[in-house]
Design a protein around this ligand. Structure first.
Ligand code: PSV
Ligand code: MN
Length: 388
């Protein structure tokens, strides 16, 4: 059996990055339901993120989204983060909200639009220089809706050229993380629809380009843990965007739809060195909390990843390997299921208490008065959030 002290030490090393946009209002294309007390500025998003870190102890970085989190002075935003015990994490670009991008951004047939998109991406690298962020996370809404609308290979060429221009601009300690998603907003072809396309582009670009696995971006039934294992083997897994899905890109709380899938993914991470610091896999959330209270939902999500991680770390890897070598299918499967079926909540409560944290982070947040305070204080002004 794995040594509990080693499991606890590995848990202490884990870092989960929360997304600035998760703290703001969000919704579907039908309706954005505004919540009371949501942040009005990027600084206020950081204030909320600090609460998540305070009660979980493992969420010290926050991803920013440009232009949603655009500020005059990034050094000042970084200083605000630091004062809260946080750091600014990945910079997410946005090449999907301007009218110019109707037919795409970096794959658009018009070179003027492509140039505009690339300039935005280069501006994001400038922001990384100012914030000290090490990762540029790219997701492209590019694609087509109708057969014949544009040339599939031509669009790949434009994508490759645009990515190369951004890659060139990266500093030695910066990297580019390329997301894929099989459909939406485009319905016929998507220019980066799957991990293979992202991987092929990253491979051509070089070591500073890696793939992001957003757990919500696959067709139903896709074996995500296989993708994770493959990419880790190739040293091309840069990051996770965690969330849950039932149907499309639902952006629900990670671990809520299929906790067993999350465990299987994190087992592959554990099995293939993905929790080791040198492997440099970023564990990020990419979620929107449309109907549930946002800060406790993000706390719950961080806890869900931590619980699945604890179970993955509890897999008896020696017993598993022995069973695999012997071709003992049932024992190999049992090694995984025993770990998955372990109730790790007492272990995690103990782990938190050893670190001076409350054993129940959601209850601690509810009791701390922050929610009442932001509801009272954050009135008026423009709320900062997705589509809000
Ligand atoms: C859109 O699907 C998306 O959720 C991508 O996954 C990005 O990571 C995120 O938005 C922010 O642009
Ligand atoms: Mn994502």
């Amino acid at each position: 059996m794995p040594d509990i002290a080693a499991v606890k030490a590995a848990l202490a090393d884990q870092r989960i990055e929360t997304p600035s946009w998760g703290y703001g209002n969000s919704g579907t294309r039908f309706k954005v339901f505004a919540q009371e007390g949501v942040p009005r500025t990027p600084r206020e998003k950081l204030d909320d993120a600090a609460k998540v870190h305070e009660f979980t102890g493992i969420a010290p970085t926050v991803s920013l989204h440009i232009p949603w989190d655009k500020v005059e002075d990034y050094a000042a935003l970084g200083a605000h983060a630091k004062a809260l015990g946080l750091e600014l994490g990945a910079i997410n670009s946005n090449t999907f909200q301007d009218d110019d991008y109707k037919l795409g951004s970096v794959c658009h047939p018009d070179p003027k639009v492509r140039r505009k998109a690339v300039e935005h991406l280069l501006e994001c690298v400038d922001i990384m220089d100012a914030t000290g962020s090490k990762s540029l996370k790219l997701w492209f809404a590019d694609g087509t809706n109708y057969p014949g609308q544009d040339d599939i290979v031509g669009r790949q060429d434009r994508l490759a050229e645009s990515l190369a221009a951004v890659y060139e601009r990266l500093g030695d300690d910066q990297r580019l993380l390329l997301e894929y998603k099989f459909f939406e907003p485009a319905f016929y072809t998507t220019d980066v629809p799957d991990w293979g396309t992202s991987y092929a582009h990253c491979l051509k670009l070089g070591d500073k380009a890696q793939v992001v696995v957003d757990t919500g971006h696959h067709a139903p039934g896709t074996n995500i843990e296989f993708i994770v294992a493959f990419l880790l083997r190739e040293k091309k897994l840069g990051a996770f965007d965690f969330n849950s899905r039932f149907y499309a890109d639902d952006d629900l709380m990670v671990g809520s739809a299929d906790p067993f899938q999350l465990f299987r993914i994190l087992h592959e991470v554990a099995q293939n060195g993905g929790f080791e610091r040198e492997t440099n896999v970023a564990f990020m959330l990419d979620q929107c909390h449309n109907i549930e209270a946002k800060i406790p939902a993000i706390i719950r999500s961080v806890m869900n990843v931590q619980e699945a991680t604890a179970k993955a770390l509890l897999v008896d890897r020696e017993a598993l390997a022995a069973a695999q070598r012997a071709g003992d299918v049932l024992s190999a499967n049992a090694a995984l299921m025993d770990a998955y079926n372990t109730d790790v909540r007492p272990l995690l409560a103990e782990w938190r208490e050893e670190r001076g944290l409350h054993p129940d982070p959601v209850a601690a947040y509810r009791a701390c008065g922050w929610q009442e305070r932001i509801v009272a204080e954050r009135v008026g002004g423009e709320q900062a959030g997705w589509g809000a």
